[in-house]
Ligand binder design. Structure first.
Ligand SMILES: Nc1ncnc2c1ncn2[C@@H]1O[C@H](COP(=O)(O)OP(=O)(O)OP(=O)(O)O)[C@@H](O)[C@H]1O
Length: 338
């Protein structure tokens, strides 16, 4: 069942345009000039209840702007958003009871107060029944190990401890939807893993719908079943991670070859070739060439192959390629680079 629906969402930010020179500064003080910058352009997607969706894109793609709109913080310029049947920025109070927004770079905890005070405040603000509160506190102390942190002032917590407390406080009111903005940023590998496991556990046990943005592709690979890729304010891919790999990743692969003559002149039409320490990396499109046909081409050139390996693109490589180009000119770029 669909729980988030975004249709033709656009957002233009209004930015002050400074005039030049001393006279311009004085004119700005009397009357400002404005220009508009488009952060989102006709974005549409939907998310079903219980899904964990990665919302990814390069810097400035519009991820945070989308999260701010669908979590009710910001109004769009145009378009329609429904979250569990309501328009989040028009029904902020009702929306707040259904969602949680956790950002790795910002905290929902009160900096100078002991952690427990933020929990008590949350209990009051969200009118959380005692049984739900006690039950959740028991669970979070157990799974996230936040028990020993409760009496400590937030400012004394390490980043990993603070993130665990942030997750616990944000989930106290049993939100149906959780938005995560860079949830593992700055954490060490062990802390990242425990946060990822926790996200999966919450999703599995409570059927919580989760939408997460992250620049760490391992977050997406380990946690999400679906991914939406945004670039310059528009969606360029939406679907299962396996489909993303199928459509983009497995299409391109790299053959690393070393030859008896360590540095032959090598040119193969339609393929990008790089060389490092006598190992030639031949990038080719699997829909045009098979690994055996590439090997045949090398042998036809009279080259003696000493060793070769074949590498499929990792999800990280695939996404890097998608960010630096897009589906329509990916192939063209491979040829131009040749
Ligand atoms: N308050 C604002 N005023 C003006 N422009 C803004 C504002 N917030 C964001 N932008 C612009 O909107 C575009 C999208 O920004 P947004 O923060 O949504 O991107 P993002 O994908 O979250 O980027 P990042 O990965 O760097 O956090 C950028 O060009 C940014 O400069």
């Amino acid at each position: 069942m669909e729980i988030i629906r975004v249709q033709n969402l656009s957002k233009d930010y209004k930015i002050a345009k400074p005039r030049k020179g001393a006279y311009g500064v004085i004119r700005d003080m009397v009357k400002r000039e404005w220009e508009y910058s488009t952060a989102l352009n006709n974005v549409s997607f939907s998310i079903d209840e219980g899904e964990i969706v990665g919302y990814i894109g390069p810097n400035g793609a519009g991820k945070s702007t989308t999260l701010k709109i669908i979590s009710g913080v910001l109004y769009p310029t145009s378009g329609d958003v429904r979250v569990d049947g309501i328009v989040p920025y028009r029904n902020k109070k009702e929306n707040a009871s259904k969602i949680a927004l956790i950002a790795g770079q910002r905290s929902n905890l009160y900096w100078d107060l002991p952690v427990i005070d933020s929990f008590n405040l949350m209990k009051t603000i969200y009118k959380i029944p005692k049984t739900v509160y006690d039950d959740n506190m028991d669970k979070f102390c157990d799974i996230l190990g936040i028990g020993p942190l409760l009496k400590m002032p937030v400012r004394q917590l390490s980043l990993g401890q603070r993130m665990r407390a942030d997750f616990a406080v944000a989930l106290l009111h049993n939100p149906r939807i959780v938005y995560l903005d860079e949830p593992t940023i700055g954490l060490d590998v062990v802390a990242k893993d425990s946060i990822r496991d926790f996200i999966k556990q919450v999703n599995k046990e409570r059927k919580t719908t989760i939408m997460l943005t992250s620049h760490d592709i391992a977050d997406i690979e380990r946690v999400c079943n679906k991914v939406i890729v945004l670039d310059k304010g528009s969606i360029i891919f939406s679907g299962e991670i396996s489909k993303l790999k199928q459509e983009y990743g497995s299409k391109y692969c790299v053959m690393n070859v070393s030859f008896e003559d360590r540095h032959p002149e090598l040119y193969l039409q339609g393929m990008k070739i790089t060389e490092n320490n006598g190992i030639y990396s031949i990038h080719f499109d699997r829909s045009h060439h098979s690994p055996s046909s590439v090997l045949s081409m090398l042998l036809e050139k009279g080259l003696k192959i000493v060793d070769f390996t074949l590498t499929e693109s990792s999800l990280e490589d695939t996404i890097k390629e998608i960010y630096s180009t897009n589906k329509d000119n990916y192939e063209e770029r491979l040829l131009v680079n040749n």
